[in-house]
Design a protein around this ligand. Structure first.
Ligand code: BT5
Length: 260
């Protein structure tokens, strides 16, 4: 375990105040759950060089070869099922990436980090009341041949924007970005954080199709123009064939004619 605050001489901080580094792990979210059972406290972070069973939402696989930031952070918010947490974590990460020069990174509702229309990162928030494990994946300088072939055209790495990105620099920036948004969240400044999400959004104003309710026949689709997010973090869509509808969870495709 290293304590970045001590190492860098910065003031003590919550997020990553205890940082566990591992070389290879199934999923940093799972390792953090194990550490929670062993008494880990709020702010504990786990970072892995490589994940062998990284996952996204609904059990989807998350490709995690070396060259990415694979990070999980333990939070204890007042409401561990607050669906805005994924948006706010994405804001903290995107703003951190901007600060280190990756200014093209945007957020796509609900949990994607994108650059130039391709996904460069994602957020997986898992609630274990009263705790939350926030998992963050960012492709920093992943060798594209290490992605499974279907992903190669869809996934982007930060190196495309900022050249030789240093994983350690990205880690320090992201921990600071999370510290900032989480402190604001705890202080009740959610409306301001949602405004920051809006400023980073590549979804709003675009024609979209949202698939919700998971894959398969149980899924439900809504098409229209993404107008806004509301105070609960739901995406408000103006349907082509009807009035507005709010969607709390789902996958967004930006339709042809939309920008990214
Ligand atoms: C996500 O899920 O975007 C959340 C990803 C969270 C990953 C972090 S890494 C640290 C922590 N530990 C974990 O085990 N997970 C978290 P979702 O929106 O469901 O997107 C999953 C989809 O993204 C997949 O079905 C692929 O299409 C695509 N994908 C997989 N790996 C990718 C990658 N490295 N870069 C870009 N896209 C990827």
């Amino acid at each position: 375990m290293t304590r970045p605050a001590e190492r860098t001489g910065e003031r003590a901080r919550l997020i990553g105040g205890t940082l566990v580094r591992v070389d290879r792990v199934g999923s940093t979210n799972d390792l953090l759950r194990t550490l929670l059972l062993r008494g880990a406290g709020e702010g504990t972070a786990v970072v892995a060089r490589e994940q062998t069973a990284g996952r996204g939402r609904m059990g989807r696989p998350w490709a995690s070869p070396p060259g990415g930031l694979w990070l999980s952070v333990l939070l204890r918010p007042d409401d561990p099922s607050d669906s805005r947490l994924a948006l706010l974590v994405a804001v903290g990460v995107a703003e951190a990436l901007h600060r280190i020069g990756a200014a093209a990174v945007g957020v796509k509702w609900p949990n994607d980090l994108v650059a130039g229309g391709r996904k460069c990162g994602g957020v997986l928030v898992e609630s274990l009341p009263p705790w939350v494990v926030a998992g963050i994946g960012v492709n920093v300088h992943v060798d594209p041949t290490r992605f499974p072939p279907p992903l190669r055209a869809q996934a982007a790495s930060l190196t495309e924007q900022i050249g030789d990105a240093d994983l350690e620099e990205v880690l320090v920036a992201v921990l600071a970005g999370l510290e900032d948004v989480y402190a604001a969240y705890r202080a009740g400044q959610v409306a301001m954080l949602l405004d920051r999400w809006r400023a980073l959004s590549v979804t709003l104003g675009q024609p979209v199709r949202i698939r919700s309710g998971g894959p398969g026949a149980g899924g439900h689709e809504v098409a229209g123009v993404a107008r806004d997010i509301d105070a609960a973090g739901a995406l408000v869509i103006d349907r082509a064939d009807g009035g507005p509808v709010r969607v709390l969870a789902g996958d967004v495709s930006v339709l042809p004619g939309g920008s990214p």
